[in-house]
Design a protein around this ligand. Structure first.
Ligand code: FES
Length: 184
């Protein structure tokens, strides 16, 4: 992957906020995920080199945290909670119904590259399961019989632009790394 100079400038600004380069790893990785959508070997090596750590340390984080991915995801990322409360409320069947409705196998990206459908662990809204997160939007009580309606909603929101994920690293105009938006 080609890593533009602008990304290195952003990495410099992130590193400057931490007493040790290594401590900037998570923020640098979010930057890459948001910018490129995934990590390939060159991205992992680049971050490792900038933070002066071994690539295996970055690889370990990429493979551990579910928000990072080694494959490009679709524009619409559907995450179905499979932890106990949601599972008992029918989330496995919900995922299966969504899978049929968007023609995307669970755990994969659709052939047209639009959807990625995955199981995830607890989304923090257990009492209202099954919970489904689509990009940055949370939908609760998505029982299997409501899966098709959810997909209709997703398509409508996608066409009117309200489903776009928030790009946290592009929000601050001019790269204002001290802004609250940047730091979350
Ligand atoms: S178990 Fe699904 S949100 Fe917690």
């Amino acid at each position: 992957m080609d890593i533009p100079k602008e990304i290195d400038s952003k990495i410099d600004a992130i590193i400057a906020q931490y007493p040790k380069k290594k401590s900037a790893a998570m923020m640098c990785m979010h930057l890459f995920q948001e910018t490129f959508g995934y990590f390939d070997d060159s991205a992992i090596r680049h971050i490792a080199s900038r933070l002066e750590v071994e690539p295996i340390e970055i690889y370990g984080m990429v493979s551990f945290y579910p928000m990072f991915t080694q494959k490009p995801r679709g524009r619409i990322h559907i995450k179905v909670c499979r932890t106990l409360s949601c599972a008992l409320a029918g989330s496995y069947k919900t995922a299966s119904e969504i899978s049929k409705a968007v023609s995307c196998p669970i755990g994969e990206t659709s052939d047209d590259g639009i959807y990625t459908l995955e199981f995830v662990e607890c989304l923090g809204n257990c009492v209202k399961g099954p919970n489904v997160q689509v990009n940055d939007k949370l939908f609760d009580n998505v029982t299997p019989d409501r899966a098709e309606k959810l997909v209709d909603t997703i398509k409508k929101m996608d066409s009117d632009g309200s489903l776009a994920p928030l790009p946290p690293f592009s929000k601050p105009a001019g790269g204002d790394f001290d802004s609250p938006e940047y730091k979350g």
